[in-house]
Design a protein around this ligand. Structure first.
Ligand code: NAD
Ligand code: IPM
Ligand code: MN
Length: 350
């Protein structure tokens, strides 16, 4: 068996710190020869040194790898030296769009013993274990809009959400397939009472495709009401499907109620397989804790389970999930440093 090529973009802040632990786990479970890792020096430091965010030559090279592992990119909000969103749009979103990462998969599971802001009464309602299927290539993320009379009292700024029948249908189908393989329940989150154009498109396709999945129970919730549901009884969710921005927001809340952003993994999947998929924690570069060795690498490690499953190594994916679950269960109030957590999980996997 030839080794698969994995591009590694550690990125900024805690990105490289958590990525190192993720690769440790990957090597421990798959063996030293399963993957060839190729490091890409991209992010704030590269931009400051060369003015490059993601050179075309690098984008072309990345096209041919088997998967991409990303830490995080982005400067501290309010940074004076790096324009807001420069790296996020120029690198992260660029990759999601260029490689057609239509399915942004974000599982959430509340492991026993994990500290959660949910009350005991809420937790006792049932197991919290759901997955958000977030559309990744359309919506308000297309950069479709503009501003006129900038800086004047008459300034007008627009962001136009792009939703295509093609784009909505493929992510909705993907979500139904996942629901069928899970507890056979699916919820569409949108706001079709206000966003009538995009909302009707999503709603119609959700119902039409749903007719083909008679075994899957479907329902609709307005996104605002879903925020309540996520906090008062998240056990009601199995598969959630939603657009790009609603999906961004709901997955941070989902992370917060299931043990924190340090545990939340994600996969950016190219459904056709034409381009490499990308695996990354949901969190960002966390400038407030960067360089201290205290970032939780669990999300990055769990993202490697999603990578392994995507590459057909399902047994190894299950082993990572089990090792993570065991480690989380055994953690005290202080989980330990970034490398301590990574070493413990890798040791279980070796
Ligand atoms: P963030 O996710 O980086 O941090 C939010 C909070 O969570 C911070 O208090 C941080 O310390 C904490 N946190 C995050 N990851 C953690 C971990 N692994 N262990 C422990 N604590 C953790 O979000 P932000 O502060 O809004 O964004 C910082 C930068 O990251 C911004 O430039 C933003 O655009 C960027 N960002 C990048 C990505 C990505 O590359 N995928 C995702 C989100 C944000
Ligand atoms: C995420 C992040 C990104 C997003 C940002 C950094 C562009 O918040 O992956 O959740 O909004 O998708
Ligand atoms: Mn986000």
């Amino acid at each position: 068996e030839t080794s698969k090529k994995i591009a590694v973009i550690g990125g900024d802040g805690i990105g490289p710190e958590v990525t190192a632990e993720a690769l440790k786990a990957l090597r421990a479970v798959a063996g030293e020869d399963a993957f060839e890792f190729v490091d890409y020096d991209l992010g704030a430091e590269r931009w400051q040194r060369t003015g490059e965010v993601l050179p075309d030559t690098v984008l072309e090279e990345l096209k041919h790898v088997d998967a991409i592992v990303l830490g995080a990119v982005g400067a501290a909000p309010g940074s004076k030296s790096i324009p807001s969103g420069l790296l996020e749009r120029g690198l992260l979103l660029k990759l999601r769009f260029a490689f057609d990462h239509a399915v942004n998969l974000r599982p959430s599971k509340l492991y026993p013993g994990v500290p959660t802001p949910l009350s005991e009464a809420v937790v006792s309602k049932g197991e919290v274990d759901f997955v958000v299927v977030r559309e990744g290539t359309e919506g308000l993320y297309c950069g479709n809009g503009g501003a006129v009379r900038t800086g004047t009292p008459q300034e007008l700024a627009t962001e136009v959400s792009v939703n295509t029948a093609y784009g909505v249908e493929r992510v909705v189908r993907d979500a139904y397939e996942r629901a069928r393989a899970r507890r056979k329940e699916i919820t569409l989150l949108h706001k079709h009472n206000v966003l009538v154009n995009a909302g009707s498109l999503w709603n119609r396709i959700f119902n039409e495709v749903g007719e083909e999945y008679g075994d899957v129970e479907r329902r609709y919730l307005h996104i605002d009401a879903a925020m309540i549901a996520m906090v008062v009884n998240p056990s009601q969710f199995d598969v959630i499907v939603t657009d790009n921005l609603f999906g961004d927001i709901v997955t941070d809340l989902a992370a917060a109620v299931t043990g924190g952003i340090g545990l939340a993994a994600s996969a950016n999947i190219n459904p056709s397989g034409e381009f490499p998929s990308m695996f990354e924690p949901v969190h960002g570069s966390a400038p407030d804790i960067a360089g201290q060795g205290i970032a939780d690498p669990t999300a990055a490690i769990s993202s490697m389970a999603l990578l392994l499953a995507h590459l057909g190594r399902v047994d190894q994916a299950i082993r990572i999930d089990a090792a993570v679950a065991a480690d989380i269960a055994a953690r005290g109030a202080d989980a330990g440093s970034t490398t301590e957590i990574g070493d413990r999980i890798a040791a279980q996997l070796a």
